[in-house]
Design a protein around this ligand. Sequence first.
Ligand SMILES: Cc1cc2nc3c(=O)[nH]c(=O)nc-3n(C[C@H](O)[C@H](O)[C@H](O)COP(=O)(O)O)c2cc1C
Length: 306
Amino acid sequence: MAGVTNLPYREFMKPFGVGLTVSEMISDCGICYNNENTLRYLATSKEEGPVALQLFGSKIESSVKAIGIMEERAAYDILDINFGCPVNKVTKTGAGSAWLARPEEMEEYVKAIVSASHKPVTAKIRLGIDDKSINVFPVSKMLESAGVSAISVHCRTKEQGYSGKPDYEAIRGLQSELSIPLFVSGDIFDLNAIKKVEKICKPAGYMVARGGVGNPYLVTQINAYLEEGKELPNPSLEEQVAYARTYMNKMIDYYGEATGVILMRTVLPSFFHDFPHVKSIRIAMMSAYHKEELEQIFEGALDRIA
Ligand SMILES: Cc1cc2nc3c(=O)[nH]c(=O)nc-3n(C[C@H](O)[C@H](O)[C@H](O)COP(=O)(O)O)c2cc1C
């Protein structure tokens, strides 16, 4: 997730049982132009592995060149290609989910990526451009035959963006038509979502996105449910504060206090979702600059539930 799944976030999430971490989407042009900010996204660590770096692009030449640079400069296990981003800035260049409108070109692109990459290549897609052009079945099969090693599907269309409900029915039977693993994405917010999908299709796994932000224990709950049929209770509010503190410290250790506090502003309030007066907690966090201020907000939140 762009703006969220930086290295410290991924390292923080890992002990909760994450099977594979994935970087924020990385621009192939940014890599080719040696853009300093883009190159920072290539940072990974042993602690978080296995890790996929996710690339987006719209031209074979530039993506292949970027892969060469990635293989020289970055340590990673899987190359994931983004065919799901609906954001205009990305799709207007033909990248992200815009590819779903031109599957023939997409096939040529994927074949070139697979042959350029020395790492396994996976793909992230959506159901299609809109509800009148759902093509998740043919696109998935095309990706498999082009050499992709796993597919994850965000069960919304490009047009839906992040709103409306994901349509899990649209992938009924898809895993059994593929010989590569299928991962399901879209509103994986609690065990109810898992139960719903499991009734429709049995994918190889799930991608936790927004649901895990501020609720890392969701990953532990999902694993316990899928592996042992157990339904673990939600963490206490005190545990949520402990998670927030661990995340805060990781961000500050990695980015330093000034940058870390600003970067975590959008994520940190999510840990306090179930606290009384969460709005005032959020407002206080959004204007914090120092670890000390955040510590005070944590203590204040704990006082409220004492
Ligand atoms: C802020 C934000 C940033 C995202 N960035 C990416 C990204 O860089 N690459 C990607 O494949 N998906 C990205 N996504 C999509 C998520 O991975 C996921 O597929 C989508 O949010 C649906 O899952 P959810 O409803 O459980 O959040 C992003 C989503 C959000 C909300």
